[in-house]
Ligand binder design. Structure first.
Ligand code: PRP
Length: 180
């Protein structure tokens, strides 16, 4: 393994938690009839693939893409890059994220999709950073709370690298400086 990486969550640990989340979601939506999973591109792709195939209820899948700019500044605005293809009015919708860092993306999406009058709107994230917990941000279905480090793997990138790793690792500050 790359010396700059230190495993935080192994492939096996992730698989166990994803199975638990899928079990809980399946139970909660059993009566709902159908569930629309909304994946937030690009980081969600691996988690969404694993979570959806563990669900034991019918589901449909759509994607949305947003981009944050000025995250290191005070603005931290989020903008829509690609909208859903589905009309979500009267649908049971679950937003699926890989990570909640500052919480701005989730806040934006909850507002945007909530205005479209879904039957219900909930959130699921594999990871949430401690800084978001401290800010009072809450998720309906959460995999793990993680420290405020830079993480890569299982969909998470640094400069578009490391996304396809099957585990989640911290990336050393020295490696971040080298990769730019
Ligand atoms: C990441 C992640 C979330 C968002 C969370 O996406 O996938 O969507 O940041 O950050 P926030 O809580 O501070 O808003 P990113 O913008 O890096 O794009 P990517 O998924 O395409 O890598």
């Amino acid at each position: 393994m790359d010396a700059a990486l230190e495993v935080l969550l192994s492939e096996a640990a992730i698989a166990v938690r994803v199975r638990e989340l899928a079990g809980q979601i399946s139970e909660d939506y059993r009566q709902a009839g159908s569930l629309l999973l909304v994946g937030v591109l690009r980081g969600c792709y691996m988690f969404l693939a694993d979570l959806s195939r563990r669900l034991t209820i019918p589901c449909r899948i759509d994607f949305i893409a947003v981009s944050s700019y000025g995250q290191s500044t005070t603005s931290g605005a989020v903008r829509l890059i690609m909208d859903l293809r589905s009309d979500i009015a009267a649908q049971h919708v679950l937003i699926v994220e890989d990570i909640i860092d500052t919480g701005r993306t989730l806040e934006y999406l909850t507002r945007l999709l909530g205005a479209r009058r879904p039957a219900s709107l909930k959130t699921c994230s594999l990871l949430i950073k401690e800084q978001s917990i401290r800010r009072g941000i809450r998720v309906d279905y959460l995999g793990f709370t993680i420290p405020d480090d830079w993480l890569v793997g299982y969909g998470l990138d640094y400069a578009d690298r490391f996304r396809a790793l099957p585990y989640i690792a911290t990336l050393s500050p020295a490696a971040r400086r080298t990769l730019g």
